[in-house]
Design a protein. Sequence first.
Lengths: 476, 890
Amino acid sequence: MNAHPLFCRRTRSLSRREFFHGLGAGLGTVALNALFQQETHAAAAENPLAARPMHMPAQARACIFLFIEGGPSHLDTFDPKPKLKEMEGKEFVREGKFVSNMSGGKRYFVPSPFGFAQHGQGGLWMCDQLPHLARMADDLCVYRGLTVDSVNHPEACLHMNTGGRFGGEPAIGSWVTYGLGTENQDLPAFVVLPDAAPQGGPANWSNAYLPAQLQGTPLRSKGSPILDLQPRDNVTPESQRRMLGLLEMLDDGFRQDHPLADQLRARLDAYQLAFRMQTSVPELIDVASEPEHVRKLYGIGEEPTDAFGRKCLLARKFVEAGTRFVQVISSDWDAHDDLAQNHGEMLGKVDRPIAGMLADLKQRGLLDSTLIVWAGEFGRSADNGLRGGKVVAGRDHNPRAMSVWLAGGGVSGGRYVGATDELGAQAVETVHPLRDFHVTLLRLLGLDDNQLTYFHSGRFKQLSQIGGSVISELLG
Amino acid sequence: MMDTEQLKKPQHVQHRLDGIRWTMCLSMLLCCGVLSLAERLVCAEENVVSQRDTTEQNFAREVWPLLSEKCLACHGSDSEKIRGGLDLTTSAGAKRGGESGEAAIVSGKPQLSPLFLSVTRSHAEWSAMPPKDNDALTTAQVETLQRWILDGAVWLEGEALLRLASSAPAAEGKVQVLTSRALDAAWETRTYAESDLWAYRPLQKMVPPDAKTNPIDAFLNARMKSESVPAAKRADARSLVRRATMDLTGLLPAFEEVERFAAESNTDAWPALIDRLLDSPQYGAQMARRWLDVARYADSAGFSNDFDLANAWRYRDYVIRSFNRDTSFDRFVREQIAGDELPDANAETVLATGFLRMGPWEHLGMAVAAETRQQWLDDVVNSVGNTFLGIEMSCFKCHDHKFDPLPTRDYYAMQAVFATTQPADINLAFLPEENTARFEARQAEADALAERFSKKSGQKGRVAGFNRTTIQRRVERWAKAYDPVALSIFNGSTRTMDSTALYSYPPALDARGGELMTVNILRGGSLGAPEDEVQPAALSAVIDLNSWTADRFPDSAGGRRLALADWLVDRRNPLTARVIVNRVWGWHFGQQPLVATPNNFGVMGAKPTHPELLDWLAVWFMDQGWSLKKLHRLIMTSDAYQRALTLPRGVEANRAAKLLASFPARRLTAEELRDALLQASGEINLELGGIPARPQMHWDAAQNPVNVQSGIDLPHRPDRTAAERNKRTVMTRHQRSRRDPLLEVFDQPASECSCELRGESIVVPQVLALMNGDFTHDRAIAMANRLMKSTATMPERITDSFRRVLGREPTADELQRCESFVFEQTRHHESHRATQVDLRRLVELTSAYEPDYAKTYEPDLQAADVNAETRALADLCLTLFNTSEFLHIP
């Protein structure tokens, strides 16, 4: 018996799939398209970034994943628990073999510092720190049945973003682009807009064992958006062309009779593409070229919304231009100590930009085909422990209850799926593990988790790790 | 459709034939000494009986294992998770059917049996089962079910099933393996294709087909001859010296060395060159880099804080020394797993146990201690499996292995080996052979930093824009690097971790409380569901298939790891030697090992392309005292290693590569690339060992904010002196959360887990890093500056640049083209001044927390510091750095 065909990935005999480059970062390639024109159709299908048919009819063709890092509190945003007000300050003790240092010992209940009201036709509850998003309430489907496995930030971040808790697994965006390719070969297929690298680091957008071109491309908010995209300022297009010309000449001779001739040619084609990107990427990410009213919609040019507003606007621009998966990250939601201050500030930063993005996508007719996801790595506890011997109004981590929401992508809004218990400590209705949520996201994008597999380390790997079920309530 | 008559008839006959074949097979196996298997076969031989029995046997042997593997996960094994209401654990359940109300099996009528229709995956009404395409039944398996239903769907249950399943003869070419005990009794009755278990089976004593040549060539040539594939000619001398030097030292040969070797006509020149390279201390550095990939090495612990591991570099340097000393590989294995338990344990062998500590590790306030402990055990067990056995242990942690004869019990038996092992950062005086140069100055620097961020500093909240407490905890660890601490382990109780003050540090040696840990099987991997307690033991399949009897290890607190290590390197263990010779083969032949999956020799791994050669090498390697240097020498003196890259006429590339008819090309690894750039520019510092150097990293990446617990990490601050920054890449700091983009884009692996082979992707960021990046630009300027001073004329400088980068002279055409290139670029630079880069400012940005750092920083030469002609020459150097010729091993 011979080796599994996919093993050739590991050997010298690189398949075409291997050496087709993108900004690996993600960029598909024009040069490649030229190459493909001389190829058979079958060979073209090997480009991991070529747009591909979905496994099944899809509701969405692109996804913007708002990753809210640090553990946003469901109890202070979308899942109010009036009972906590009654329990305010009530003390109890938690002990046991599986109780951690921080969640054990003397505890007391913490009510939400925010007011709540119902919004829209569907009557979704939202805290008073989300006045803009409240107007889009009928577009949101809030899911309260999700549970995760880890109470630590890095493992939980990796779990939410890659399906595995310890790194070394491909990000959702990598899986999605692996399954669907991208509609614009000139742009990154999977873009990440981080504040800072989240806990767990760049492994949060890693391609892991999938081909390198499926890695997320983090766009930096300061300086060059992509490292080294631009040449030195004393380089002119003419002097750059002269260098490329010399490089071509030196390589042409070497490539003849070389067993890796095809790969070496592909490598040189990447230089041409890099050259083109030096103009195409800055054009796309030029926020200033957007009309004033659009920038205003996102809160750009104002505080505290400017930074996150820019990211949300970029997310829209990328999706509009054909990028498949954009992850927008908001960090610092870890409110152990002062919930009102932390969440007050953080919600203020993201409320208007997100609402603006939803409205903008809707207005452009893109919301139906773009799935928006809001999710942190876990929810927060109804109770808190003493911090430095003092009672403070914060919350610890809670993997057993959280709120995530979906919008667009054909998901009908203004409704809840699932519920938590009276104190919001535990999901009790339509409860699903994270892998089911991942399977559902793939399904909304027309992908079947069981078919979206890659042979690695002796088995077929998949986003859900071990397979999962679609949360049917979230569809439609 | 199949002819049912034909299917029915031969069954009885077939089994009789099987009996005869088994007898033959039996005598062969006895020769190999497979006693326990043989005993079972004898029983089986006596069991061949009537037709009815045959169909029952067929059910027990073929059908039931198939149902267990493919159906029961959702249809019976877990009574709480039965899908579609269908329970296939009993005949009654199958007849009752599921929610459809139809019986799953209609005896004698496969076309009316939903179970059969589902597995064909092509029926309009019954959806494809199992749901995952990858789990689909093979054609042969579908036929097995069809035949069974046609034959009346005979069903056995309970004791009768188990009895028959374990005693009936296996089908032709299949074997049963006696393992410890499975979670699921039906799993134990599985049979395996003999060829799938190749790696578990005893090493075969092979005889090279031709006694007159290097045995490697004897095997390879015989194969090429049988496939009528001619060999490529010998590579030219210049290519060979570059290939050998890069392979063994990770460095470019000096041009003079290339010339000298090319001029040698003596046939001893080649082995002499190999010996010289093996004697170079840089050999150890190159091999260490390869080993550290497998050993998941990093200088920091990953996860939330990504704190520095306590002097991980001491393990790195131990690895370098071990390769340089040619420590026998069996000893190397024993030191890394049980260096503290060896009869002759010493400081060096204790440093070796750092291997067990290399995985990511962290314990935070929100974490449950038992889970943190479990994560460490999983990491160690997985790493030992990948590294030494070529077995993916994680595949049978939650359930018995789906493909290999590895029950979950064995996973936990391996874990029990480490259950009394406790991670600890211990005090271990520096050895004379350890590099502690410049410790004093560096310690003063670290202490000053620790002081600046300490509580006593009186600074509240923020220091230089950083959260003081966040940074305090980081720099304290930096300062600790100068204490003689080592990453190690000891035997003892598992202490309760109940203080937040302890978190992120493993408990100290004298920490209180705790008891000796016992290990239970955790069904589904859940700590909340402990089942049978297990004792430390070897992998039962390896024991069974290699005629071992003793598989238990001591259950005292100490000695368990030593027993495991001894078992790993016992000559009866066929895996360890196969795994390492395969790795070394891949290190030499363009990352193309004989088994394409060096970390997975299991059923789902690749099969060896040259099984006889692999076994011959493994046996020879052990006979030679497990000497890696001898193995390198043997491989490199083969004709196969010395062949040209050029394909023999008419032979397609993949075929030539597979048969080694030509030498398989590979690209430089990320580290080799960075080192070669520094060599070409004349800046490399070959000093080995010591605290990791902080290299020049992309200035933007160095400052990228990285979230750590309750704050942002400090930026990466390059070392003050160029000499420190320009150390070989294996000597530089490898921080898990902040990687050097130049290395990352050239496929340097992340180190969460063992990396078996480097990728060779082609992505645009590689172009950007090589063409526009600071690092390559700075090297080009340094190189051009050197050339301008060392030679008088431009043609000489161009010639010299080719020698330094490509190891050859330019052709006349190339020289002419380069001359006009430099001429035109000079004119360009005369009218385009280079902007003065404010390096000091950049250094300040990355060391804002350390006043005065920038003032004493020794900057690299910048474009603006040199004239137009030098900049033009630098453009040529940069172009050479971008050539495929530079980036690939010839």
